[in-house]
Ligand binder design. Structure first.
Ligand SMILES: NC(=O)c1ccc[n+]([C@@H]2O[C@H](COP(=O)([O-])OP(=O)(O)OC[C@H]3O[C@@H](n4cnc5c(N)ncnc54)[C@H](OP(=O)(O)O)[C@@H]3O)[C@@H](O)[C@H]2O)c1
Length: 360
């Protein structure tokens, strides 16, 4: 792409915002022109604002570090006039985030959001790019509904579902009917590190507010059908989720039990994973993983520390497929929560939105 698309990151100082900054700083299609956050961080160079709370191993990209941090709400008109695309990584009251994202889209920005505020808004696509890229057809309906000419909103689903939904998608020919999932979720999913959340060291907390409902309901919207201008969620598989916080820095691991309508063999299922084709492969999107899902034969894989960075944190790893005496089959799946599950998934979504011509 000769002329890079100018972009802004809202909530750029937070855990996910920092990932956006890192992923976008050397992106072949996008160029960060603006970083924005609350009044607490605004009015200083980005490098100063994140000093002492930069969580990534790589340093703050120098060109972004020099940008003056703007205020998401006060500087909205300036931000929307200078950035064609806006990545939202805000953590504030949901209703306010929905209003802010609507306002940016109304000012002609293509809004790609990590937040849950618009995940159930009827004309907003919630995208896992490899699973439901056709839901981008809602953008035309959205623009018509709202009178937007260039603006749009697309959201990313919750980080907890990113590992098991792709595997269940690969298993679709065998008719998954009932799913029981237990997720073991990293502290970065709460915007924290083990240093900033010392209570998590040597500890497991069997509760993550709101997470179980998202883990049960959001996959059904992903597998839903566009009917009469809205997404009609799928009815199957029925999902029951338990979500647990564990003392891991990054990587959400899920233990999944499934009942199928058909009776697949072990070979049927491992073949389905190994032969699952990435439907976006032909588009050559810069953040697309070479291999989307990898199956391990080793009994002790996937592991968070060893496998979360598979395909730059954009691939899914699976293992331990075995028969289950109650539900049929069970397996373990892993995804990187702040890459595939947050900023990386949003950047991939933005690339797809761009490749389909919605951000030109
Ligand atoms: N962490 C994950 O793995 C993950 C995964 C999927 C989705 N998400 C979602 O991504 C979003 C960001 O999560 P996070 O973990 O990065 O949160 P975080 O570390 O707490 O960062 C929050 C960001 O929002 C900004 N902010 C807060 N109040 C604001 C206000 N009134 N006006 C403008 N900006 C404001 C903060 O700016 P200041 O620094 O100035 O306060 C900061 O930049 C959340 O909606 C979260 O649910 C997170």
């Amino acid at each position: 792409m000769q002329n890079k698309i100018p972009v802004a990151v809202l909530g750029a100082t937070g855990m996910v915002g920092q990932r956006f900054v890192s992923l976008l700083s050397d992106h072949p299609w996008f160029e960060i022109r603006i970083v924005a956050a609350s009044s607490r961080s605004a009015g200083r160079p980005y490098a100063d604002s994140v000093h002492g709370r930069w969580t990534l191993r790589e340093p703050v990209p120098p060109a972004v570090g020099r940008l003056n941090v703007l205020e998401v709400e006060k500087d909205m008109a300036k931000i929307a006039s200078e950035a064609r695309m806006v990545f939202s990584a805000l953590a504030m009251e949901k209703a306010r985030i929905a209003e802010i994202e609507n306002a940016y889209a109304g000012l002609d920005a293509a809004v790609i959001s990590n937040n849950s505020a618009h995940r159930w808004t009827q004309d907003v696509p919630m995208l896992m790019p490899e699973i439901n890229p056709h839901h981008l057809d809602l953008i035309g309906i959205q623009r018509k509904n709202r009178g937007w000419k260039k603006g749009l909103i697309v959201v990313k689903p919750n980080c907890s579902i990113q590992s098991y939904v792709p595997v269940l998608e690969a298993f679709k020919p065998f008719g998954p009917e009932k799913v029981m999932v237990c997720t073991c979720q990293a502290v970065s999913g709460a915007g924290k590190t083990l240093e900033s959340w010392p209570e998590m060291v040597d500890n497991v907390i069997p509760f993550i507010g709101g997470e179980e409902k998202k883990s049960e309901d959001e996959p059904l919207r992903i597998w839903g059908t566009i009917r009469n201008g809205v997404i009609e969620p799928a009815k199957k598989p029925v999902i029951s989720a338990t979500c647990i916080r564990v003392p891991v820095t990054d990587g959400h691991l899920a233990s999944v039990h499934v009942t199928f309508g058909k009776k697949p063999s072990r070979e049927d299922l491992t073949d389905a994973i190994r032969q699952f084709e990435n439907p976006l492969a032909g588009l050559k999107l810069p953040s697309s993983p070479g291999a989307f899902i990898k199956y391990f034969d080793e009994e002790d894989r996937p592991q968070t520390r060893l496998d979360r960075d598979f395909e730059r944190g954009m691939g899914i790893t699976v293992g331990r497929l075995r028969e289950d005496s109650i539900l049929g089959w069970k397996f373990i799946a892993l995804s990187h929560n702040t890459l595939r599950g947050a900023a990386g998934g949003s950047v991939l979504t933005a690339e797809l939105v761009t490749a389909k011509g919605y951000a030109s």
